[in-house]
Ligand binder design. Structure first.
Ligand code: NAD
Length: 361
């Protein structure tokens, strides 16, 4: 296996393989780009089949974080970490502390946060060894509530703002009243999204392998529950992937019934040609790294001890960013994902030029 020859290598600044003899920790940290600031990204724990699979995942995810933070206008770069192991069987405090030490050795170039397979407890254990983890501090909200570092409700709120923008663009209405949204996955993000959509008058179709989560949505929101394969073709205006990556693929793209794809999952499009296929079918796609930035915005505000009202305005600004992307895609004939990447790259280049200029001064 080679990093430089991997098809997911994209000029990453640094890729670090970590091992801890005492705990057996095997992890990879990828720092993709630090032109805008330190590389902040989740630390995922997953039972990868091998280090090649783990490397592919971390390279792809780190690159996605660069674009996500740049588009969200945050002073952050892109990075990601993966721990090879089963979060249900292999987790221990010693393992998490060993991961914390690995992160610490990067001296702040990478800042870890929670991701699939890790949560606030794990991050707190890492924080015993390093200051370079985020999403661990309890905060008081403006209405006096004590909240933990879980960014999921904020990711969901950004997705909600993005769905509003997409509905306005594709269906020409500001109201979600009666608009049907098919949500794939009712986990941390999907469940909060369902609550917000229901409160705004949307009708819901839902799929999740966990029966209790489905039953809760049927009970609370009158949602229609469908099978895991049925959700793609379920009649709805919006398809909101909130579970897995690569769900827009050869097997699904022609079956989609919705006019809009807008959800919280990372890496929704399997290959760029599937983005083209959506466009050819007249389906508006809200690029994942643009619409699901609410969580990273929340983590940044926690770290910077920023103002909550300003944070919410920035999360809701995801809607305006998407409207710009939709308009530019229409005008240029590019896919929305291509436009979003170009917009992020323009911001990265501008930042790099700014730094160059100040270094020369
Ligand atoms: P989660 O694990 O809490 O939820 C995922 C849900 O999907 C679970 O309820 C699971 O049972 C369900 N699921 C699994 N396979 C499914 C299938 N085939 N069909 C339908 N449902 C299925 O994860 P999460 O934190 O809600 O994140 C969801 C997605 O959003 C992931 O892709 C994640 O990377 C992305 N994301 C999350 C955040 C965040 O703040 N949590 C931020 C950005 C992106």
């Amino acid at each position: 296996m080679s990093v430089f020859e991997s098809r997911d290598f994209d000029g990453h600044e640094q890729v670090v393989f970590c091992h801890d003899r005492a705990t057996g920790l095997r992890a990879i940290i990828a720092v993709h780009d630090t032109r805008l600031g330190p590389a902040l990204g989740g630390c995922r724990m997953y039972p990868y089949a091998g280090s090649e699979e783990a490397l592919r995942d971390v390279l792809r995810l780190a690159r996605g974080m660069t674009f996500k933070s740049a588009l969200a206008g945050l002073p952050l770069g892109g990075g990601k970490a993966v721990i090879m192991g089963d979060p249900f069987h292999d987790k221990s405090e010693a393992l998490m502390r060993a991961m914390g030490r690995c992160i610490d050795r990067l001296g702040g170039r990478y800042i870890g946060a929670e991701d699939s397979g890790t949560g606030v407890t794990d991050l707190k254990q890492m924080a015993a060894e390093t200051a370079h983890v985020a999403g661990v501090r309890e905060r008081r909200t403006a209405d006096g509530r004590l909240r933990d570092g879980d960014p999921s409700p904020y990711t969901a709120h950004g997705v909600f703002a993005g769905i509003r923008a997409a509905v306005r663009h594709a269906l020409g209405t500001d109201s979600l009243e009666g608009v049907r949204v098919a949500i794939q996955g009712l986990g941390n993000v999907g469940s909060h999204l369902a609550a917000e959509l229901h409160a705004a008058g949307a009708r819901l179709t839902v799929a999740d392998p966990v029966a209790e989560r489905l039953a809760a949505a049927v009970e609370a929101y009158g949602a229609e529950a469908v099978g895991l394969e049925e959700i793609y073709a379920a009649p709805a205006e919006v398809f909101a992937p909130c579970a897995l990556g690569a769900v827009i693929n050869d097997a699904t793209v022609e079956r989609l019934a919705a006019r809009i794809v807008a959800g919280g999952a990372n890496n929704q499009i399997d290959e760029p040609r599937h983005g083209e296929a959506l466009r050819a079918r007249g389906i508006l796609y809200a690029p994942d790294f643009a619409i699901n930035a609410g969580g990273i915005i929340d983590i940044w505000y926690e770290r910077a001890e920023g103002d909550e009202a300003e944070e919410m305005a920035k999360i809701e600004g995801i809607g305006a960013t998407l409207e710009d992307i939709f308009r530019e895609a229409e005008a240029s004939g590019l896919t929305t994902a291509e436009v979003a990447e170009r917009l992020a790259e323009r911001r990265l280049d501008a930042a790099a030029r700014g730094k160059g200029a100040s270094a020369a001064a």
